[in-house]
Each structure stands twice: as C-alpha cells, then as structure tokens.
Design a binder for this molecule. Structure first.
Ligand SMILES: Cc1cc2nc3c(=O)[nH]c(=O)nc-3n(C[C@H](O)[C@H](O)[C@H](O)COP(=O)(O)O)c2cc1C
Length: 131
C-alpha cells in the first residue's frame, strides 16, 4: 500500500478515485498521485476497494451540466466515514473564478458537505472528439 509521510514520521494512507470521460481528470489525478504518492483507482473500481483502510480519500471527476460526475455515488460510499478527510476536485471548461467555484459547491454539496469536504476546481478544456 502506498504510504504518504507527513511531518514528524506520521504516515497516512491516501486513496484517489477518479472518473474521466475525455482524459482531463485523469491527467490531474496522475499529477496529484505522483506528487503525494497515493493509491489511485478509476471510479469503476471504487466498490472493489476497502475504503476504510485509508485516512484521506480524494475524489476527482469532470463537470457535466454543472454537476460533478459520479459525486453522488462517491458521497454515498463515504457517507459514514466522518472520521476520514474527504477531498473532492472537479475539472471543467469554465474559468476558475470564485463565482464558478461557489456555483459548483452550491450545485453539488449540502451545507454540511460544504463544511466537511475540501473542494478544489481545476480548469481543463473541452474534448468533444473523445466523447
Ligand atoms: C456534455 C458536457 C457537459 C459539460 N458541462 C460542463 C459544465 O457544466 N461546466 C464546465 O465547467 N465544464 C463542462 N464540460 C467540460 C468538462 O467538464 C471538461 O472537459 C472536463 O475536464 C471533462 O473531464 P474528463 O476529461 O475527465 O471527462 C462539459 C463537457 C461535456 C462534454
């Protein structure tokens, strides 16, 4: 299992789950996993993994019609893991402005989730030819 050493010898296990249709999110997932040295799996394998073994769970997916693809299923999967750190990122063609980030949070998270889930938005692009 990949272990990420934080400060003072404290090890944490980090899982990164990503859902991608045209490759943008996977590229971000690859960069993040390389940087923080974590276990990375595609969304379709989410149900095959023991999520409880991880301290930090990251979910990344593309935006579709203002929704983070697969995020409802992901949130259901981690619903009772309140002692875990949950991080979500999404990639989209919209510019990375405060208004866009606020709108995504509003459309995708409840008030509780907004407090508990750390969210990042990354600008990507549009690739209709890969759909
Ligand atoms: C049908 C469709 C709907 C989309 N809706 C949005 C959207 O609401 N907001 C946005 O910023 N980008 C939107 N995009 C752009 C994608 O979110 C963007 O290309 C994303 O990085 C795709 O991720 P993926 O390559 O990992 O699948 C949309 C793209 C498609 C094809």
């Amino acid at each position: 299992m990949n272990k990420n050493k934080l400060q003072k010898g404290f090890y944490v296990n980090i899982l990164l789950i990503y859902k991608t249709k045209t490759g943008f999110t996977k590229r971000y997932a690859d960069w993040i996993a390389e940087e923080i040295c974590c276990k990375k799996i595609p969304f379709k394998k989410m149900d095959t993994i023991e999520i409880n073994n991880y301290d930090i769970i990251i979910y990344g997916a593309g935006m579709h019609a203002r929704h983070i693809l697969g995020s409802n299923k992901f949130k259901k999967r981690v619903k009772n893991l309140c002692h875990k750190k949950i991080i979500v990122f999404s990639t989209g063609a919209s510019p990375c402005t405060k208004e866009i980030v606020d709108m995504i949070k509003e459309n995708n998270f409840t008030e509780n989730e907004k407090r508990e889930i750390v969210f990042y938005y990354f600008n990507s692009g549009l690739s209709y030819e890969k759909l």
